[in-house]
Design a binder for this molecule. Structure first.
Ligand code: ADP
Ligand code: MG
Length: 233
């Protein structure tokens, strides 16, 4: 399915990300380990104890957030590439995010197309869509609706993730996908980097349109499986 050089390039991208993420997760774990060792000493005042516990919990939360943005993507393999029907994959993502949206009084709507098939790894596709949808929801602090739509052209599947949130400036858009760029107090800045890598791995393209104060649209275009590609493989 995939030519060898391409495959090496893809594995390299995944490997680079895995290395940088494990580094990021290791830091909070090391800090927490240190605090636990300090807590063992009997002469620690209860004030200090309370402080160490709080810092440890903050650090663990940080590690947890990094893993959430990254989830299963660390596995450097492309062996799990399968034929996926996009409408049902988007349904899955909707189901996963519905409680998260409800917590903030937001709604998610899905606009489906005819059945459309792509080649991708299920978990990675989910990760990309979840990261984008999560950003959309997080951008709507004052309420709104997230729309995920699926369309197809003769050769490609098109997914749009549209929010009515705070939007971005041109400058902010150019910084998307760079590691650790975040405007959020507890952001990881890894979400969009992971998305961009995943879309690249599956020969897709991603583009952004955004208006400050109005909202944002992420458009993902992925090669569709057509009868032609079926014959070619
Ligand atoms: P994080 O969500 O942890 O901050 P991301 O890589 O997912 O990291 O996003 C990076 C930054 O891009 C966010 O902090 C935010 O400023 C901006 N951003 C991404 N998606 C959107 C969106 N839909 N609306 C507004 N800003 C966004
Ligand atoms: Mg994010």
């Amino acid at each position: 399915l995939i030519n060898e050089l391409n495959k090496l390039e893809r594995l390299r991208i995944v490997g680079d990300i895995a290395a940088s993420i494990s580094h990021e997760v290791r830091n909070p774990l090391t800090v927490t380990k240190g605090f636990l060792q300090l807590l063992r000493c009997s002469d620690v005042s209860s004030d200090k104890k309370e402080q160490y516990i709080k810092l440890s919990l903050d650090e663990l939360q940080r590690a947890e957030e990094i893993i959430t943005d990254y989830l299963t993507f660390a596995k450097p393999s492309l062996e799990n590439v399968v034929v996926l029907e996009l409408n049902s994959e988007v349904d899955y993502v909707h189901k996963v995010l519905a409680p998260f949206a409800a917590m903030s009084n937001l709604t998610i709507e899905v606009e489906k197309s005819e059945k459309v098939y792509i080649l991708a790894e299920r978990q990675k596709l989910h990760q990309a869509l979840i990261n984008l949808a999560k950003n959309g929801l997080e951008a709507m602090a004052h309420g709104g609706k997230l729309l995920i739509s699926i369309e197809e052209t003769a050769t490609h599947a098109v997914i749009r993730i549209i929010d009515t949130g705070n939007g971005m400036t041109e400058e902010q858009i150019t910084r998307l996908g760079t590691p650790y760029y975040s405007t959020k107090e507890k952001g990881t800045g890894l979400g969009t980097m992971v998305v961009y890598s995943i879309i690249k791995i599956f020969d897709g393209q991603i583009s952004v349109k955004s208006t400050v104060g109005k909202g944002t649209c992420f458009k993902i275009v992925l090669p569709k499986i057509t009868n032609e590609t079926k014959k070619a493989n």
